[in-house]
Every structure is written in C-alpha cells, then in structure tokens.
Design a protein around this ligand. Structure first.
Ligand code: FE
Length: 341
C-alpha cells in the first residue's frame, strides 16, 4: 500500500506547483555590475510599490556576463545591469539578452541611448569630459578632445589606462566621428603629451590634476559629482582646484555613455523584468539617479541635482551608442598601436 493515494499525491503536487507559480509571479532576479548602494534603494522602492520581490546579485560586469552565459537556460537571472554601452553590446553579442518591445521604454529613452534591436536600454547618462587645473589652465585654452593631442599640452596630461572600457568607448566614438586614421594620429599625440604612464581610476586622475601632477585629464562626470558630494576635506580641495570643461561644443558635442539593462534570454520572470526596467526610467527613478550618483537622466525633463546643474548646459554627441560596442575591438587595437598603455 503506497503512503499516498494517487489523488492525495496529485493534490500535493498541485499545491506545490501552485505555490511555485505564485512565488515565480512575485519575484525578479537581477544580476548587477553596479554596486548595491547605487541600485538597491531603487529596487526597494519597486518592491514596495509592486509587491514583486527583487533578488539582487552584484559582481564584476564581465564575470556576471560569463556567469549568465555558463548558466544558460538554468540561469536564475532575469535582468543584467551594467555600465558602458560597450559592455552592453558585449552582452548582446554574447547572446544572453532577448529583445523587449515596450512602448514605455521607447517613450522614456531616446533612440540613440538604447539598442537598435531592443536588447538593452540606457538607464542613466554620464559624460566623459575634460577636467583641468584651474590654477594653470584657462577654459579659453581648451576646445576639443582633438586639441589635447597638440604640442601645447606636452607633458601635461594624465590618462587612465587603455584596458578600461570608458576610454575604449571614447576612442570608439572618435573612430566613428573623425575616422580611424585621424583617431590614430590623435591618440599618438595624446600619448606623447602624457605627464606619466596611464594608471589608476577616474578619481585618481582628478586627484592628480589637483595635486599638480598634470594639468588636464579625462574622467566621467559622476566621479567629480561624488567628490563634490563628499564631506571629506581632501575631496573638497580637489573640487576647488579642478574645473569641468565641455569639449567639442562647436561641433559634435561631448562624449556620453550610459549605464543600462537588458532582459536575459531565458528570463523566467520576463514580465516582472520588463516592469522593473520600465520603473527605472520613471521620473522618480531618474531623479534618484541624478541625486544619488550624480548621473544625468535619460528621461527628458527629469529633475537633476544642483551639483549637475552647476556644470551648466552642454551639447552631447548624439551618436547611436550601439556604435561604441561595434567599434570596441578597433578601438582597443588602435590604442595599442598608439602606445596607450
Ligand atoms: Fe565608473
């Protein structure tokens, strides 16, 4: 005599399946290359307003991408979040994302800040702009990225290394805008103008300018925003000594990049995943990004913090960000050729 009759067993199975379905309907799993502090409060708000539980796993971008790939159909991931269009394109090419047709996302995110095939969507913007030592450089001496290769800046520039995707994406945009040949000549000139070999992160470059190691650098705007929001005295001194300059305002505009997200190919909570990405483009979420991480919203007319407002208005390069990823390999090779360590 079996322990359970057929009927009770199937009822038990049914109950279990039902509870699994209920659970599945009320959660979404996020793999994020952004630190928890930069995203968790937003996910909590989503949880509160929808009742959908958000499970968050954070890690390094390339490792998470690899993990989703290896996990394949068994991957618990529903959403992949990372920074830089170059990396989002990497995720697209790795085949870990699926296309999403959402009128809300199309309405909230300008076309050039999302994938042409609807595989990834920009959630926040950052400019990679010029920063200068106020004591040594007058803004009138500055003009464009191209100008940084000129003789007058010999021994005066600090740069982050070429293995960082931010500079790769800037170079990728230059290839598109001025051609590979001109970009190579430019990169060679830029490297000739270095004060020291490339090293450190964006904040280190800003600190080097403040310390007088060099007069000019390139960094993402939110790093400067973080220093502005810091109560640390040393950070405040960096802010006092360093100026922000918008390059290429007479032509294509400053180079912009994004943080973004995509729904994974085998997402089991597809609808919730779409809901969450849509939520992240809402006016409230967009204002949060600007306030907490000094990033620019992708949503038009979203509120920006006073720190961001203090940088003034700017013209942004309207390049479709797909191109940054598509040109990534060419950019890396070009930087290598130019001697950009
Ligand atoms: Fe960063």
């Amino acid at each position: 005599m079996p322990l359970f009759s057929k009927t009770t067993l199937s009822l038990a199975t049914l109950a279990l399946l039902t509870s699994m379905t209920v659970q599945a309907a009320t959660e979404v799993n996020v793999y994020s290359a952004r630190k928890a502090a930069l995203i968790k409060p937003l996910l909590d708000k989503f949880e509160q307003s929808t009742g959908i539980t958000v499970n968050l796993i954070t890690g390094k971008a390339d490792a998470l991408l690899q993990r989703i790939k290896i996990e394949g159909k068994a991957s618990p991931a529903d959403i992949f979040i990372t920074v830089d269009a170059g990396r989002l394109q990497r995720a697209k090419e790795a085949g870990i994302l699926q296309p999403i047709n959402s009128s809300i996302l199309k309405q909230n995110i300008p076309a050039h800040l999302r994938d042409a095939d609807n595989l990834w969507f920009g959630l926040s913007q950052r400019a990679r702009t010029i920063f200068y030592a106020k004591a040594k450089v007058k803004p009138a001496q500055l003009s464009s990225y191209e100008d940084l290769a000129n003789n007058q800046w010999r021994g005066k520039i600090c740069l982050r290394s070429s293995n960082n995707i931010y500079n790769q994406s800037l170079v990728a945009s230059m290839i598109e805008n001025i051609g590979a040949e001109q970009t190579l000549i430019w990169a060679k000139g830029l490297i000739t103008n270095l004060a020291k070999p490339p090293a450190g992160g964006d904040t280190d470059q800003l600190k080097a300018v403040a310390a007088g190691v060099c007069e000019i650098t390139l960094a993402n705007t939110y790093y400067f925003g973080r220093l502005m929001n810091s109560e640390n005295k040393a950070d405040q001194q960096v802010v006092a000594k360093v100026g922000l300059y918008w390059p290429n305002q007479q032509d294509r505009g400053v180079h912009m990049n994004i943080s973004g997200a995509g729904v994974t190919k085998y997402a089991r909570h597809r609808e919730n995943a779409i809901k969450l990405i849509e939520f992240m483009t809402s006016a409230e979420s967009q204002a949060w990004y600007a306030a907490v991480n000094s990033e620019f919203p992708v949503l038009k007319n979203a509120k920006v913090s006073t720190a961001l407002q203090s940088w003034g208005t700017y013209i942004a390069d309207p390049i479709a960000l797909n191109i940054l990823g598509e040109n990534n390999r060419a950019a890396v090779e070009l930087m290598d050729k130019a001697g950009w360590k």
